[in-house]
Design a protein around this ligand. Structure first.
Ligand code: CU
Length: 563
């Protein structure tokens, strides 16, 4: 065999060449025209964090409105626009950009490449996403203008027919919604193609597919899922525009169309979309948990197989969102069983993360705290998911706050928790500085408490029969105290996020210098400088195992001996 040493042992001078003084305009220009995967990754991240604050701001109004019964803080029309924009923003302008933020920044570094396979397509995809986002928010300026919350869409984030028909939605609000999703959808397709091409064709010497970090694996499977599921969404948006402007009747029941055709098109995208959004969370935990438990990930091949399994099964469960439309009992039974089937590969993942921690020397630094909470919350969300997959149970709780509680357990309890874990973990790599651990712990505990106060309570609101989408409620239903508790929990989460934002900015300016490898980690991104130079690696890395940096640090007992 060839030599077993890595040319990435830290002895190389990887500091980027010094740049001359540049004005802020030149700096801005360099970011706007960039095709560098790291800059684009950070731009996706900034886009996502910006819209996370916007979407969070929207929910602030919603929770003030619902805190007490018979409230008239905002009008029903504004309420409808706010929850529509909240959902659309969080899914398409936060969750989706986050997929590409992580993938862009991390994949070339993790597979030892100098950039993505198609750098220009990468920039094009980012700007499509950014302008699609801008387009959606231009709707606020239409119609009645800013003060009356303009012409913003008010049809919920899944825009069921016939709400979207011209007869029920006469202005341009729904058009903004459909066109914005079309534009960001093309950005998503470009990004997904790029990720797959990069992972298949740009891996460094020695990195076989089964040595690729699980993080990269998950985002590749994620991109495959996106390629399949954005297609029906795009088709549905085109049909919707045809219905609205060219007199077709795909979704018009009065003219022989089918309203639930839209539901099929939307949910065959919409259910796998949940996994599209949660895969980056799995990816982050699959890196953080081993490093902070000081053990290699348990059952790597099973983890890869489970990822592909989840993606595959998730394509056949969509009609569990439609148990109440009156499918045949065979249809109900199929979608109930296929939904329960997701529990098997997901269970494999949870067991493997726990088995990785088992017997490890666990360090509860901030990233690990967030990942540990994620394991419990994800398990709970899975259990309420199985409850909802039982069709007769679903008939009782459909359209209630129980459903909101269930999916926020995934979207916040799994995804947002891991986003925070990932930012604390890779911030030192991207900026060269550590985030403050004390503030990190405050952030974690406040967010953890706020999350449970809000979303645990929401389950009980669902049992008490509170429906979704209502802008206020009478005082005699037994919902008032629970709603107040939910709103207070939201406030605690808001404070935690402000602490996080402060930590982010102050650490960027004066955090302690991180060095190349502050966590004593094992994947390739930690072998280069922090922040990495434009070319990532001075020489092309050569790897011999799944943990190339372990091999360098432990030449007496390298991983490749066991492969
Ligand atoms: Cu679903």
């Amino acid at each position: 065999m060839a030599d077993r040493t890595l040319p990435i042992d830290g002895s190389l001078d990887l500091t980027p060449p010094r740049e001359g003084e540049s004005t802020w305009l030149e700096t801005l220009h360099s970011w706007v025209i960039t095709v560098d995967h790291k800059k684009l990754g950070l731009m996706y991240m900034m886009l996502a964090i910006f819209f996370l604050l916007v979407g969070g701001g929207e929910v602030l109004f919603i929770r003030i409105q619902l805190a007490v019964p018979n409230n008239h803080f905002i009008s029903p029309q504004v309420f409808n626009r706010l929850f529509t924009m909240h959902g659309t923003t969080m899914v398409f302008l936060v969750g989706m950009p986050l997929v590409f933020a992580w993938a862009n920044y991390m994949i070339p570094l993790q597979i030892g490449a100098r950039d993505m396979a198609f750098p220009r397509l990468n920039a094009f995809s980012f700007w499509l996403t950014a302008f699609g986002a801008l387009f959606l928010y231009f709707s606020f300026l239409g119609g009645a203008g800013l003060y009356g919350v303009g012409n913003a869409p008010d049809v919920t984030w899944w825009a069921y027919a016939p709400l979207t028909a011209r007869a029920f939605s006469p202005g341009n609000a729904t058009d903004y919604w459909a066109l914005a999703l079309l534009v960001t959808g093309f950005g998503t397709l470009g990004g997904a193609i790029n990720i797959i091409a990069t992972a298949l064709s740009m891996r460094c010497k020695g990195m076989t597919l089964m040595r690729m970090p699980l993080f990269t694996w998950l985002l590749v499977v994620d991109s495959g899922l996106l390629l399949i599921t954005i297609t029906p969404l795009t088709a549905a948006q085109v049909m919707l525009m045809l219905d609205r402007y060219l007199g077709s009747h795909f979704f018009d029941t009065q003219a022989g169309g089918q309203a639930y055709l839209w539901m099929h098109f939307f949910w065959i995208f919409g259910h796998p979309e949940v996994y599209v959004l949660v895969f980056p969370a799995f990816a982050i935990s699959s890196e953080v948990i081993p490093v902070f438990s000081r053990k290699a990930i348990f059952g790597y091949p099973a983890m890869v197989a489970a990822s592909v399994g989840i993606a595959f099964v998730s394509l056949g469960v969509w009609a569990h969102h439609m148990f109440t439309v009156g499918m045949t009992s065979a249809g109900n039974a199929f979608f109930a069983l296929s939904t329960m089937l997701v529990g098997i590969p997901t269970g494999i993942k949870i067991f493997n993360w726990v088995a990785t921690m088992w017997g490890g020397k666990i360090r509860f630094a901030t990233p690990m705290l967030f990942c540990t909470a994620f394991l419990f919350q994800f398990l709970t969300a899975g259990l309420t998911g199985i409850m909802l997959s039982v069709a007769p149970w679903n008939w009782q709780l459909h359209g209630s706050y129980f459903v909101i509680a269930h999916f926020h357990y995934i979207l916040v309890g799994a995804i947002v928790f891991n986003v925070f874990a990932g930012i604390y973990y890779w911030f030192p790599k991207a900026t060269g500085r550590m985030m403050n651990e004390t503030l990190g712990k405050w952030h974690f505990w406040l967010f953890f408490i706020g999350f449970h106060v809000t979303f645990d309570t929401m389950h009980f609101l669902g049992f008490e029969g509170m429906p979704r989408w209502i802008y206020t409620y009478p005082a005699d239903r037994g919902w008032d105290h629970l709603n107040l508790v939910v709103s207070i929990g939201g406030l605690i989460q808001g404070v935690a996020v402000l602490i996080f934002a402060y930590n982010l900015i102050s650490s960027l300016l004066k955090g302690t210098i991180a060095g190349n490898d502050p966590w004593d980690a094992w994947t390739l991104e930690w072998s280069t400088a922090s922040p990495p130079p434009a070319y990532n690696f001075a020489t092309d890395p050569v790897v011999h195992s799944r943990r190339p940096l372990w091999d360098v640090k432990h030449p007496e007992d390298p991983d490749w001996k066991y492969e």
